[in-house]
Design a protein around this ligand. Structure first.
Ligand SMILES: Nc1ncnc2c1ncn2[C@@H]1O[C@H](COP(=O)(O)OP(=O)(O)OP(=O)(O)O)[C@@H](O)[C@H]1O
Length: 250
């Protein structure tokens, strides 16, 4: 496999070069990322998969600027985020990256609409109402906008979290096990939406998942094992993902 997994002729939305992340020191040190080289194209839906402990969450956190690295570089677009100070990194995360977490992470005292718009408000940006309406309608949230999170199902809460991630038109959306807390039907709705946001709305999504069915919604699966890149699958099916994971001993 080539050192840098990428496709010629497409714009790179995020990339890791020789990324090393070590937790702890001395005898107890864990090399969670051991020289990872990977690029993620703009306008694609990529899933990161691998056995438990292979470094998926660590890679996502480093790519998204949520965790610092020991060596190597992370780029978001043209920006080398591993060179930014904390203030600029916080700004970059706020302005250029969207997040969808397993636990939804909505603010309980705010309505769905307020949750969706909070990030823009904090950034002092005016929402594009047409875009907001498009997202709300596509996600089927129109009649839920005045509800608080406790008045919404898990699937609806995750759709609100997707809308919140998308409303600022981020360069990249990072989704960490977005269907982990959902039943299969609600999970399928969220995955359908993430795929549609890439195909129809031109977004870029990078998702960590344990679930081969979830990964099959992506355009490409990147496989990790022991903190290293262990392969990739284009146009994955649940079966091709299961076979690859079996080969990795997952
Ligand atoms: N904060 C931490 N301190 C020490 N070790 C850590 C820390 N976070 C992760 N690790 C270790 O780094 C390695 C990679 O962990 P990571 O969570 O990235 O893997 P993962 O592939 O996402 O795992 P899982 O599928 O189980 O969620 C593991 O050996 C883990 O125990």
């Amino acid at each position: 496999m080539s050192a840098l997994v990428s496709e010629v002729g497409t714009r790179t939305a995020a990339a890791a070069n020789n990324l090393v992340k070590v937790y702890g020191k001395g005898d107890t040190a864990v090399r969670a990322l051991d020289g990872v080289n990977v690029a993620f194209q703009a306008g694609r839906f990529t899933a990161i998969m691998g056995p438990s402990g292979s470094g998926k969450s660590t890679l996502m956190h480093c790519l998204a600027g949520l965790d610092n690295v020991n060596s190597g570089a992370v780029h978001i677009g043209q920006t080398e985020i591993t060179r930014l100070n904390d203030r600029d990194l916080t700004k970059l995360r706020r302005d250029r990256i969207g997040f969808v977490f397993q636990a939804f992470n909505l603010l309980p005292t705010l309505t769905a609409e307020q949750n969706i718009l909070l990030g823009l408000e904090l950034a002092g940006r005016k929402p594009d109402r047409q875009w907001f309406n498009t997202i709300v309608d596509v996600l089927g949230l129109r009649d839920r906008l005045s509800h608080r999170p406790t008045e919404l199902s898990g699937g609806q809460q995750q759709r609100v979290a997707c809308a919140r991630a998308l409303v600022a038109r981020p360069e990249v959306i990072f989704a960490d096990e977005p269907t982990g807390n959902l039943d299969s039907r609600s999970g399928a709705e969220v995955l359908d939406f993430l795929r549609m946001s890439v195909r129809k709305l031109g977004q870029t999504v990078i998702m960590v998942t344990h679930d081969p069915v979830a990964a099959s919604y992506a355009d490409r699966v990147v496989l990790l094992a022991d903190g290293r890149l262990a392969g990739e699958i284009h146009e994955p099916t649940a079966q091709s993902v299961i076979s690859a994971l079996t080969r990795l001993g997952a």
